[in-house]
Design a protein around this ligand. Structure first.
Ligand code: C5P
Length: 242
């Protein structure tokens, strides 16, 4: 009985305990939210896309030396993961200006960012996930200075690996969000998911700024064909072996 073991239900996933205290089960939902849950909907098939894509990319990253929480996927929309204590930060890497960066700075959509930007946001819905400065990070003691440095290095390494991988898929990795956890031994692991919900992905075969969008911006901005875009991303990702 899964309901009895439910630990936490988020906007897009549900976390369950298992018989092994070191192992949790993540269920990927079709539910979609945007703008801090002010916009809600369903993207049919999203749970399976996000689960399969996260599994593929976590395996790729593991092979490239980035430790992740992934164990395996017992079904098409569930993932077994190592239990970690989640660092309450959203680490965003940006290769091209889009989204909140454009809104908050006036930078033009599509401006290349080289070297890439690494940003830390507080994972706190009630506060609206505010952007943190290095000084605020230090004051809040959410991570040690050493961990912040490690998070930045891991995020940039993930960006290198994923940018090259998506490029081989004919997709430009514009930006993405990562979450990390600390395991029982104090080791930082990449956690959460990597999916069209958490990345901006542009189809290199399309120049039209709306048609090229293959990620959750189709849902956020009511661009239509959301399901088809998610399926297309997954097909291309699974076609590239890790
Ligand atoms: O909204 P913003 O431009 O800051 O988002 C940057 C990247 O982080 C986007 O790829 C977005 O999908 C992702 N993100 C996320 N979860 C959030 C905020 C942003 O996955 N809570």
């Amino acid at each position: 009985n899964l309901a009895a073991q439910k630990l936490y239900e988020g906007k897009a996933k549900i976390l369950y305990a298992t018989d092994d205290p070191e192992v949790l089960l993540t269920y990927f939902k079709d539910d979609a939210t945007a703008f801090n849950a002010q916009k809600r909907g369903t993207i049919s098939g999203k749970g399976e896309v996000n689960c399969a894509m996260s599994q593929h990319l976590f395996r790729l990253l593991e092979a490239q030396g980035v430790p992740t929480h992934l164990i395996d996927c017992p079904t098409s929309n569930t993932m077994r993961v190592r239990r970690v204590s989640i660092v309450p930060l959203e680490v965003v890497v940006r290769n091209i200006a889009a989204g909140s960066l454009c809104q908050q700075t006036g930078l033009e959509l599509g401006t290349p960012l080289s070297p890439p930007l690494v940003e830390f946001y507080l994972k706190n819905d009630a506060l609206g996930d505010p952007l943190l400065t290095e000084d605020r990070l230090r004051v809040m003691e959410l991570a040690t200075p050493d961990q912040v440095q490690q998070l930045r290095e891991m995020a940039l390494r993930v960006n290198q690996v994923l940018s090259e991988f998506f490029n081989q898929c004919g997709i430009t990795l514009v930006d993405f969000k990562l979450e990390f956890g600390v395991d029982g031994a104090g080791k930082l692991l990449l956690a959460d998911e990597i999916s069209p919900d958490t990345c901006r992905l542009w189809n290199q075969a399309e120049s039209d700024p709306n048609r090229r969008v293959m990620d959750k911006d189709r849902f956020r901005r009511d661009l239509g064909d959301v399901e088809a875009a998610y399926q297309q991303v997954l097909q291309r990702v699974l076609a590239q072996s890790v």
